[in-house]
Ligand binder design. Structure first.
Ligand code: SPQ
Length: 427
């Protein structure tokens, strides 16, 4: 797909529902008694993989345009799947489901696409095995496909070496079934949607600093979940409006949970003109409308430490933003970027270099010297949705044509990305 320089972006959009929250609503709904009704669900390929897996596990799920209904069967209501559980491109589905399957009285096999088959699973295999689970990486490489033989689990106190919501959530979900309490301590707090939503469904979950503790509880109850707009999807339009001069856009109903709002904090630190309006709350998650105006005088910054988990998926688009800021932007402590849908340090540096940026890869991030104009190039996405969308936005402020390979991979998290962008470009 080809993209080129845009004139001012104007107007209002509503970005689709949050991917992390959509996955969790399906999973927790399936494990609850009664019906869970999800509105503003993200109909992206990743969340559809989660729905498909739970259908294979015997859960009735009704998908209507405006509402998804999950007919939950309680913690012990899943049935042995007849086929492999296909998790597609979704790390969240693979890791969280592994936590649930570890406690089921049957064997199951999880597998995903080529990217999933290279993503590290040892990070969940180790703690879940400590709880008593039997998880085998079938190619003996600590990646999917995984064969999980469920068993009776015991609670553990786990000190995670990585700040990862997927690791934390897999353990908490296994902890729902364990003897005694289970706790996870992270080096830095990762996104806390699981904790918030598990509590909302009736689980006994206590959070203190970077430790979360769960007590087994067989009585989760189906709920109504209204999913906030995904700040990770809003991120592309936030940056687009900042770098395309004369832009002014409003993005409605965006989730601004403090474990996810790092992009707003960093943009503001770089001098961006962003205002939050209509702040409110939906099933424990804060939302706001974001008003963004293009900002000429952006300056470089350092993105590191505690900030990283709050914007980990936004680092590719923040690297694009840094090209338009005066001075140096340093991204560090972000080695997790190497084990996402692609190696996002490699791909961002390779593609931005091809567009004429002054950027260097480091072991745990990148250094960007802003203020060098970008030009069109052919962009390698390796089917990574966040790379495809980040470079579509870079193209809007670059000379010439930018060709993005395999652009359809945006369907993983944002099937209507192109239409929403087109809406803002109409004058
Ligand atoms: O689900 P998946 O494939 O891992 O998706 C990504 C993304 O860019 O959409 C990461 F590649 O988001 C993760 C995120 O990076 C979603 C997530 C979650 O919902 O719990 C948590 C983060 O991953 P992690 O490894 O830090 O827990």
């Amino acid at each position: 797909m080809d993209f080129e320089r845009a004139t001012a972006l104007k107007g209002e959009i509503i970005v689709p529902g949050d991917k992390s929250i959509s996955h969790r609503a399906v999973m927790f709904g399936a494990l609850s008694r009664g019906t869970t009704e999800i509105t503003n669900f993200l109909n992206g390929a990743d969340c559809l993989s989660t729905i498909d897996c739970f259908r294979r596990l015997g859960i009735d799920i009704e998908t209507k345009k405006d509402c998804i209904k999950i007919y939950g069967k309680g913690l012990h209501g899943l049935k042995k799947p007849e086929q492999i559980l296909e998790t597609g491109n979704s790390g969240t589905t693979t890791r969280l489901l592994s936590g649930i399957l570890s406690a089921q009285p049957f064997e199951s096999v999880l597998n995903g696409d080529a990217s999933i088959q290279t993503r590290p699973m040892k990070r969940i295999i180790l703690p879940l095995s400590d709880m008593g689970a039997n998880i085998i990486s079938l190619r003996n490489n600590d990646c999917a496909p995984l064969r999980i033989t469920g068993t009776h689990l015991k609670g553990i106190h786990y000190h995670s070496p990585v700040a990862s919501a997927q690791v934390k959530s897999a353990i908490l979900l296994a902890g729902l079934y364990a003897d005694g309490e289970t706790s996870v301590t992270e080096p830095i707090l990762s996104r806390n949607h699981s904790e918030i939503m598990l509590r909302y469904f009736g689980a006994d979950v206590i959070s203190e600093d970077t430790t979360v503790t769960i007590h087994p509880n067989p009585n989760l109850t189906g709920q109504k979940v209204n999913v906030p707009g995904d700040i990770s999807s809003a991120a592309y339009f936030i940056v687009a409006a900042l770098i395309v001069s004369g832009s002014e856009i409003l993005i409605q109903n965006v989730g601004i949970n403090s474990t996810r709002d790092g992009i707003l904090r960093v943009c503001k630190a770089m001098g961006a003109d962003i205002t939050l309006e209509n702040i409110s709350s939906k099933n424990g998650e804060s939302t706001a409308d974001l008003l963004i105006r293009s900002t000429a005088a952006l300056h470089g910054t350092t993105i590191a430490g505690d900030l990283i988990p709050t914007l980990i998926d936004e680092l590719p688009i923040l690297a694009v933003l840094a090209c338009f800021a005066e001075g140096t932007t340093v991204i560090k402590d972000a080695q997790e970027l190497k084990v996402k849908e692609s190696n996002r340090i490699d791909l961002v540096v390779k593609n931005l270099s091809a567009m004429g940026a002054k950027i260097t890869a480091t072991d745990d991030g990148m250094v960007i010297e802003g203020g060098h104009p970008l030009h069109g190039a052919v962009i390698e996405t390796r089917q990574d949705h966040r790379i495809a969308m980040s470079f579509a936005i870079a193209a809007l402020a670059a000379d010439g044509i930018t060709t993005i390979k395999n652009f359809e991979c945006v369907n993983v998290s944002y099937p209507s990305f192109y239409e929403d962008l087109a809406k803002l470009m109409q004058r």
